[in-house]
Design a protein around this ligand. Structure first.
Ligand code: AR6
Length: 181
Protein backbone atom coordinates (compact mmCIF):
# COMPACT_ATOMS: atom_id res chain seq x y z
CA UNK A 1 0.00 0.00 0.00
CA UNK A 2 1.34 3.43 -0.97
CA UNK A 3 0.09 6.99 -0.94
CA UNK A 4 1.67 10.12 -2.40
CA UNK A 5 2.21 13.38 -0.55
CA UNK A 6 3.21 15.68 -3.39
CA UNK A 7 6.27 13.96 -4.89
CA UNK A 8 7.01 11.92 -1.76
CA UNK A 9 5.60 8.49 -1.05
CA UNK A 10 4.50 6.80 2.16
CA UNK A 11 4.19 3.04 2.04
CA UNK A 12 3.59 0.02 4.25
CA UNK A 13 5.21 -3.36 3.64
CA UNK A 14 5.74 -6.54 5.63
CA UNK A 15 9.32 -7.53 6.39
CA UNK A 16 12.44 -7.40 8.54
CA UNK A 17 13.64 -3.80 8.79
CA UNK A 18 17.27 -4.90 9.18
CA UNK A 19 17.18 -6.00 5.53
CA UNK A 20 15.70 -2.74 4.26
CA UNK A 21 17.66 -0.64 1.75
CA UNK A 22 16.37 2.78 2.81
CA UNK A 23 19.16 5.32 3.51
CA UNK A 24 18.18 5.24 7.18
CA UNK A 25 16.19 2.81 9.28
CA UNK A 26 14.63 3.87 12.57
CA UNK A 27 15.23 1.85 15.73
CA UNK A 28 12.64 1.53 18.51
CA UNK A 29 15.23 1.93 21.26
CA UNK A 30 15.11 2.64 25.00
CA UNK A 31 16.49 5.67 26.85
CA UNK A 32 19.92 4.12 27.43
CA UNK A 33 20.45 3.50 23.67
CA UNK A 34 22.53 0.54 24.78
CA UNK A 35 20.48 -2.21 23.17
CA UNK A 36 17.54 -4.39 24.13
CA UNK A 37 15.16 -6.94 22.63
CA UNK A 38 12.71 -6.72 19.74
CA UNK A 39 13.69 -4.66 16.74
CA UNK A 40 16.48 -3.01 18.78
CA UNK A 41 18.18 -6.36 19.39
CA UNK A 42 17.74 -7.35 15.75
CA UNK A 43 19.32 -4.10 14.50
CA UNK A 44 22.37 -4.40 16.76
CA UNK A 45 22.82 -8.09 15.87
CA UNK A 46 22.62 -7.45 12.14
CA UNK A 47 24.52 -4.14 12.14
CA UNK A 48 27.43 -5.24 14.33
CA UNK A 49 29.41 -3.55 17.13
CA UNK A 50 30.06 -0.20 15.44
CA UNK A 51 26.48 0.89 16.13
CA UNK A 52 26.77 0.22 19.87
CA UNK A 53 30.18 1.93 19.99
CA UNK A 54 28.60 5.10 18.60
CA UNK A 55 25.55 4.76 20.88
CA UNK A 56 27.86 4.75 23.92
CA UNK A 57 28.94 8.30 23.01
CA UNK A 58 25.38 9.68 22.71
CA UNK A 59 24.49 9.87 26.43
CA UNK A 60 21.14 8.18 25.99
CA UNK A 61 18.01 9.71 24.50
CA UNK A 62 14.82 11.18 25.95
CA UNK A 63 11.45 9.66 25.15
CA UNK A 64 10.16 11.33 21.99
CA UNK A 65 13.63 12.35 20.80
CA UNK A 66 15.92 10.75 18.17
CA UNK A 67 19.69 10.38 17.58
CA UNK A 68 21.65 9.01 14.64
CA UNK A 69 24.51 6.52 14.21
CA UNK A 70 26.09 4.61 11.38
CA UNK A 71 24.24 1.59 10.00
CA UNK A 72 27.37 -0.51 10.47
CA UNK A 73 27.00 -3.69 8.43
CA UNK A 74 23.33 -3.03 7.62
CA UNK A 75 22.25 -2.19 4.07
CA UNK A 76 21.06 1.17 5.49
CA UNK A 77 23.74 3.86 5.80
CA UNK A 78 22.31 5.16 9.08
CA UNK A 79 20.27 4.04 12.08
CA UNK A 80 18.10 6.72 13.68
CA UNK A 81 17.42 5.68 17.26
CA UNK A 82 14.21 6.95 18.79
CA UNK A 83 12.55 6.19 22.11
CA UNK A 84 8.82 5.60 22.04
CA UNK A 85 6.50 6.00 25.01
CA UNK A 86 5.45 3.06 27.17
CA UNK A 87 1.67 2.84 26.72
CA UNK A 88 -0.41 3.11 29.90
CA UNK A 89 -3.91 4.33 29.03
CA UNK A 90 -3.33 7.01 26.39
CA UNK A 91 -3.74 9.79 28.97
CA UNK A 92 -0.08 10.09 29.91
CA UNK A 93 1.09 12.07 26.91
CA UNK A 94 1.60 8.89 24.89
CA UNK A 95 0.11 10.27 21.62
CA UNK A 96 2.24 13.44 21.74
CA UNK A 97 5.39 11.47 22.55
CA UNK A 98 4.76 8.93 19.77
CA UNK A 99 4.17 11.76 17.29
CA UNK A 100 7.36 13.42 18.52
CA UNK A 101 9.36 10.21 17.85
CA UNK A 102 8.31 10.26 14.22
CA UNK A 103 8.79 14.00 13.75
CA UNK A 104 12.21 14.07 15.44
CA UNK A 105 13.38 11.02 13.47
CA UNK A 106 12.49 12.78 10.22
CA UNK A 107 14.16 16.02 11.38
CA UNK A 108 17.35 14.09 12.14
CA UNK A 109 17.08 12.36 8.75
CA UNK A 110 16.69 15.68 6.99
CA UNK A 111 19.64 17.31 8.73
CA UNK A 112 21.84 14.38 7.66
CA UNK A 113 20.83 14.49 4.01
CA UNK A 114 18.80 11.28 4.23
CA UNK A 115 16.20 10.93 1.46
CA UNK A 116 14.55 7.58 2.27
CA UNK A 117 13.56 6.37 5.74
CA UNK A 118 12.10 3.11 7.09
CA UNK A 119 10.17 2.97 10.38
CA UNK A 120 9.12 -0.07 12.41
CA UNK A 121 5.92 0.09 14.48
CA UNK A 122 7.48 2.12 17.29
CA UNK A 123 6.15 1.30 20.80
CA UNK A 124 3.91 -1.49 19.42
CA UNK A 125 5.91 -4.38 20.92
CA UNK A 126 7.21 -4.46 24.51
CA UNK A 127 5.95 -0.89 25.10
CA UNK A 128 2.37 -2.01 24.48
CA UNK A 129 0.94 0.71 22.22
CA UNK A 130 -2.26 -0.51 20.52
CA UNK A 131 -1.35 -0.87 16.84
CA UNK A 132 -4.42 0.94 15.38
CA UNK A 133 -3.85 3.99 17.58
CA UNK A 134 -0.10 3.99 16.87
CA UNK A 135 -0.64 3.62 13.11
CA UNK A 136 -2.99 6.61 13.00
CA UNK A 137 -0.49 8.82 14.84
CA UNK A 138 2.59 7.59 12.93
CA UNK A 139 1.01 8.10 9.51
CA UNK A 140 -0.54 11.47 10.38
CA UNK A 141 2.79 12.78 11.70
CA UNK A 142 4.71 11.56 8.65
CA UNK A 143 2.14 13.08 6.25
CA UNK A 144 2.28 16.44 8.00
CA UNK A 145 6.09 16.41 7.87
CA UNK A 146 6.26 15.46 4.19
CA UNK A 147 3.81 18.18 3.26
CA UNK A 148 6.47 20.68 4.40
CA UNK A 149 9.62 18.71 3.50
CA UNK A 150 9.57 17.21 0.04
CA UNK A 151 13.33 16.58 0.37
CA UNK A 152 12.37 13.26 2.02
CA UNK A 153 11.40 11.17 -0.98
CA UNK A 154 10.05 8.04 0.66
CA UNK A 155 8.93 6.88 4.09
CA UNK A 156 8.31 3.16 4.40
CA UNK A 157 6.71 1.43 7.37
CA UNK A 158 8.23 -2.04 7.62
CA UNK A 159 5.91 -4.21 9.69
CA UNK A 160 7.07 -7.50 11.09
CA UNK A 161 3.74 -9.31 11.02
CA UNK A 162 0.75 -9.52 8.73
CA UNK A 163 -1.68 -8.10 11.32
CA UNK A 164 0.36 -4.93 11.78
CA UNK A 165 0.71 -4.57 8.01
CA UNK A 166 -3.07 -4.82 7.61
CA UNK A 167 -3.62 -2.09 10.18
CA UNK A 168 -0.98 0.26 8.75
CA UNK A 169 -2.14 -0.33 5.16
CA UNK A 170 -5.76 0.32 6.14
CA UNK A 171 -4.80 3.51 7.93
CA UNK A 172 -2.71 4.68 4.95
CA UNK A 173 -5.66 4.16 2.66
CA UNK A 174 -8.02 5.98 5.03
CA UNK A 175 -5.73 9.00 5.48
CA UNK A 176 -4.81 8.99 1.77
CA UNK A 177 -8.47 9.28 0.83
CA UNK A 178 -9.14 11.88 3.53
CA UNK A 179 -6.25 13.92 2.12
CA UNK A 180 -7.96 14.16 -1.26
CA UNK A 181 -11.19 15.59 0.12
N1 AR6 B 1 11.77 -5.66 11.67
C1 AR6 B 1 10.65 -4.92 11.77
N2 AR6 B 1 9.88 -4.89 12.87
C2 AR6 B 1 10.27 -5.64 13.92
C3 AR6 B 1 11.43 -6.45 13.92
C4 AR6 B 1 12.20 -6.43 12.72
N3 AR6 B 1 13.33 -7.13 12.61
N4 AR6 B 1 11.53 -7.07 15.13
C5 AR6 B 1 10.46 -6.69 15.86
N5 AR6 B 1 9.69 -5.84 15.14
P1 AR6 B 1 9.67 -3.56 20.02
P2 AR6 B 1 8.92 -1.08 21.45
C6 AR6 B 1 8.43 -5.16 15.51
O1 AR6 B 1 9.29 -4.38 21.22
O2 AR6 B 1 7.54 -1.58 21.68
C7 AR6 B 1 13.43 -3.04 23.12
O3 AR6 B 1 13.89 -3.94 24.08
C8 AR6 B 1 7.60 -5.76 16.61
O4 AR6 B 1 6.79 -6.82 16.11
O5 AR6 B 1 10.92 -3.90 19.31
O6 AR6 B 1 9.10 0.34 20.98
C9 AR6 B 1 14.01 -1.65 23.28
O7 AR6 B 1 15.35 -1.69 23.75
C10 AR6 B 1 6.75 -4.56 17.03
O8 AR6 B 1 5.61 -4.42 16.18
O9 AR6 B 1 9.77 -1.97 20.41
C11 AR6 B 1 13.10 -1.02 24.29
O10 AR6 B 1 13.43 -1.38 25.61
C12 AR6 B 1 7.67 -3.36 16.75
O11 AR6 B 1 8.77 -3.87 16.00
C13 AR6 B 1 11.75 -1.62 23.94
O12 AR6 B 1 12.02 -2.87 23.31
C14 AR6 B 1 8.20 -2.68 18.00
O13 AR6 B 1 8.43 -3.63 19.01
C15 AR6 B 1 10.99 -0.76 22.96
O14 AR6 B 1 9.70 -1.28 22.80
Amino acid sequence: MRIMIGKSSVEAVQGDITKDYSHAIVNAANKTLLGGGGVDGAIHRAGGPEILEQCHRLNGCDTGDAKITTGGRLPAKYVIHTVGPVYHDGKHNEPELLASCHRRSLEVALSNGVRTVAFPAISCGVYGYPVPKAAAIAIKTVRTFLQKHQEIERVRFVLFDADALRVFAGELERQGNAGKE
